[in-house]
Structures are given as C-alpha cells and as structure tokens.
Design a protein around this ligand. Sequence first.
Ligand SMILES: [Ca+2]
Ligand SMILES: [Ca+2]
Length: 180
Amino acid sequence: MKAVGIVSGLAVLAALTAGGAAQAENLSVNTTVAPYCGIRLANVSSGTASVAHEAEQMVANLELACNTGGTAQLVVNPLNGDFKNGNNLINYAMRFDAADNAFDINTTDAYPGDAEGSGKFTRNKVGYSQSLANGSAAQFYLNVNVAAPGPAPLGQTFYPANAAPAGTYNESFSFELSAI
Ligand SMILES: [Ca+2]
Ligand SMILES: [Ca+2]
C-alpha cells in the first residue's frame, strides 16, 4: 500500500499598531491527511439485499474512495457464481457501473461463463484522481433471468429463476478497494 501524506500549513499573522502600542498574534495550523482507500455500501446498511425475478435491477449502491497517488485496485469477488439453495442453482448475470469507468465490469456471467478465470474481477485505476479521493459512486446490478451457460456441477441442478423450487437462494459478493 502506497502511503500518501498531505501536510498543509497555515500561518496567520495579525499586527496592529495604535498609539505606539504594538500587538502581534500568531496562529499556526497544521493538518495531516492519512492515506485512505476503501469502499462502502451506501444503500444497504445490513449488507443484505434481495433480487426479484425480474429484469436486471440495481441491488447495491456503493461509494469508492481512495487518495492514493499510485494505483487503486478494485476486486469484486462473487462467492459461487450462481444463487444457491442446497443443490439447486439459479444462474445470474452481474454488472458493475462506476462513475469512474476504470472500475466498470460489463455484464457477465460470474462463473463459469466469465472470461476472467475464477470469477474474481480486478480493475485498476492508475494515478491520483481527485474525484476518487472525494468519493465516487458505483452501482451493482444483477439479473437472474439468464440461461445457465451449461450443465450444473455434479449433483447440482440449474433452474430458470421463474421455475425454481421455492426457497431462498443466496449468493455473496465481496467488494474490496485497495491502494497497491
Ligand atoms: Ca461507468
Ligand atoms: Ca453462473
């Protein structure tokens, strides 16, 4: 992690001369800005969201913030690549749309259909960005109305979202932003 320190100083000198009497005051102010880099859910306080069996929908609003002068790296990691309830699976497509397009992930089947290997998505933003330091928004979208890319793993079954056995299907995503 690259450390970035910003130190600014402000000195105010006020001098007043009246009737031969002189008075001076000095004020010295320093601030140190520590390096920071992180991502937070802006609309899901519990970290849990639900997705309906409809068209693509936004499931999370995130804020990315990093004041690195090096590279800010986003890693989005879907745990399984499918919604799971026991051995029953529902496939999905995901999309990450950030205000800073360097972090965008185009619509993809997280696994096994994605072209990025294990279903872990890495995006880099090189160089200092004032808007990223200020905090930059991103939206995470899911669509469960997509066909499975192929047969399910042994012992498991893919179902279309509108014809799956009743139950709660779960998938977890981790979002990590770090300075590298
Ligand atoms: Ca974008
Ligand atoms: Ca999948």
